[in-house]
Design a protein around this ligand. Structure first.
Ligand SMILES: Nc1ccn([C@@H]2O[C@H](COP(=O)(O)OP(=O)(O)OP(=O)(O)O)[C@@H](O)[C@H]2O)c(=O)n1
Ligand SMILES: O=P(O)(O)OC[C@@H](O)[C@@H](O)[C@@H](O)CO
Length: 412
């Protein structure tokens, strides 16, 4: 069956590589072709998140039951041209980070211990690559440094930052200033204000030839380590390397305050709800309903695929929402098979999956007792799959009415 999908140009951000859309696919193709040298990542995650004001350091605060840092790691791990992700955490969070890496299958992650400041943590991360015989942390040509609390980073920007770092020695993402920057007197009065148009906010990701940034950190002063906040400055100050600046999207911001966590959750939820995969079972009516549904779900990016196993697997990792349309008489046996395929690709570890099972009943109404048996079986199935983070809903459409089969978690 011809795959049909809506335009993905107006798609919201794609945190952690949730969905692969056309733009992401072209970047992926470009990435694999353009990045023919080893690239690694250092994620400083050793802070305590004081400004967040929560007992848990913000990088470990959860969004949809998943730690914020896991979204950031996923945004890098999903890229085939990134070899290693070194996560720098406080010593007391070492085991927590290892557990997160295991639970969410972050296989490229290596955990090292941070320092008392961000620069010290970053330097510790960089040292994980120097003179190592460890196959997981081979020395990279380019290293990307990215705050672990910036979960929204897209492949095309990472590609630009990486290629610019390879060519120029250093590169960094920037954003226009929202507020004007002013200098104050020691008495707390205005000294002068900066011409906002001439300045930009320095964000992340930043990219460096590994040797350049490593040498810069080796020459750092204690003042730099204690009070510095800008890696690009170190490359310029100590290696004379002037970073190429690349403007990034508005979603590059760093999660710092509670409001940022709420905003991050809203973006992730929006992304999760913006796509669906409609699986049409056998039968002309099922295909017809699938196509009609796709036309009416116009705010989402939808794919209509046939029930053939090979095509489902290809699409299963693309989205979180599935609408399965089957003809009357076919019981729910397809649900466990579908959930098994989710598990096989490690899909349900990351986000709740929604499966709407639509049963087209073109035959006469089945007898009540049969209906009750079907409903009981469905509820049993729903209570089973919810253990694997799959939310199962059932809808039966027969020639006279639509029946919504309650789902397990509706009842609980
Ligand atoms: N000693 C430190 C301090 C910060 N970071 C990391 O650097 C990134 C950006 O720093 P920031 O937003 O300041 O994080 P915190 O220092 O945790 O926040 P706060 O200043 O509010 O305590 C974060 O991922 C943070 O975990 C780090 O690796 N080591
Ligand atoms: O200063 P903080 O530790 O809050 O955050 C670090 C940021 O300053 C840093 O990520 C960017 O400015 C880019 O260097």
């Amino acid at each position: 069956m011809q795959q049909e999908r809506c335009s993905s140009s107006d798609r919201p951000l794609d945190p952690g590589g949730l969905l692969s859309c056309d733009a992401e696919r072209s970047a992926a193709r470009l990435g694999c072709a353009a990045v023919d040298f080893p690239v690694a990542v250092v994620l400083p995650a050793g802070g305590s998140g004081e400004r967040m004001g929560l007992p848990t350091p913000k990088q470990f605060c959860t969004i949809l039951n998943r730690p914020l840092i896991s979204y950031t790691i996923q945004a890098f791990e999903r890229l085939s041209w990134i070899v290693t992700v070194v996560v720098v955490v406080a010593t007391e969070n070492h085991d927590l980070m290892l557990n997160i890496a295991r639970k969410y299958n972050h296989t490229k992650v290596k955990v090292v211990h941070g320092g008392t400041t961000r620069h010290r943590s970053i330097f510790n991360g960089l040292q994980a690559f120097s003179n190592t015989t460890d196959s997981l942390t081979p020395k990279p040509k380019v290293v990307i440094i990215h705050d672990a609390v910036r979960p929204f980073v897209e492949e095309d920007l990472l590609l630009k930052i990486t290629l610019a770092a390879k060519e120029q020695g250093a590169s960094g993402a920037i954003r226009p200033l929202v507020s004007t920057v002013i200098a104050t007197t020691s008495e707390g009065y205005l000294d002068h204000s900066l011409e906002r148009a001439k300045y930009r906010a320095s964000e992340m990701p930043q990219g460096f030839l590994y040797d350049i940034i490593f040498q810069a950190y080796q020459q750092c002063s204690e003042f730099d380590f204690e009070f510095g906040t800008e890696c690009l400055h170190l490359a310029l100050q100590y290696c004379g390397t002037n970073a190429k600046l690349i403007e990034g999207p508005p979603t590059l911001w760093k999660v710092t305050y509670k409001r940022d966590l709420a905003a991050a959750e809203a973006i992730i939820k929006e992304t999760l709800s913006m796509s669906a995969c409609i699986i049409a079972g056998a039968g002309a009516e099922a295909v017809e309903l699938a196509k009609m549904l796709q036309k009416n779900l116009n705010m989402m990016e939808t794919d209509v695929i046939s029930c053939a196993k090979e095509s489902n697997t290809e699409y299963l990792s693309k989205t979180q929402n599935f609408i399965h349309i089957s003809m009357s008489g076919s019981n729910f046996s397809g649900v466990p098979e579908m959930v098994k395929r989710f598990e096989d690709i490690g899909h349900t570890r990351l986000y709740p999956l929604v499966v709407v099972w639509v049963q087209l009943n073109m035959t006469k109404q089945s007898v009540d007792s049969q209906k009750t048996d079907e409903l009981t079986a469905f509820m049993g199935l729903a209570s089973e799959v919810i253990q694997g983070n799959v939310l199962l809903y059932g809808i039966e459409i027969n020639h006279s009415k639509v029946i919504f089969l309650m789902s397990y978690h509706y009842i609980c």
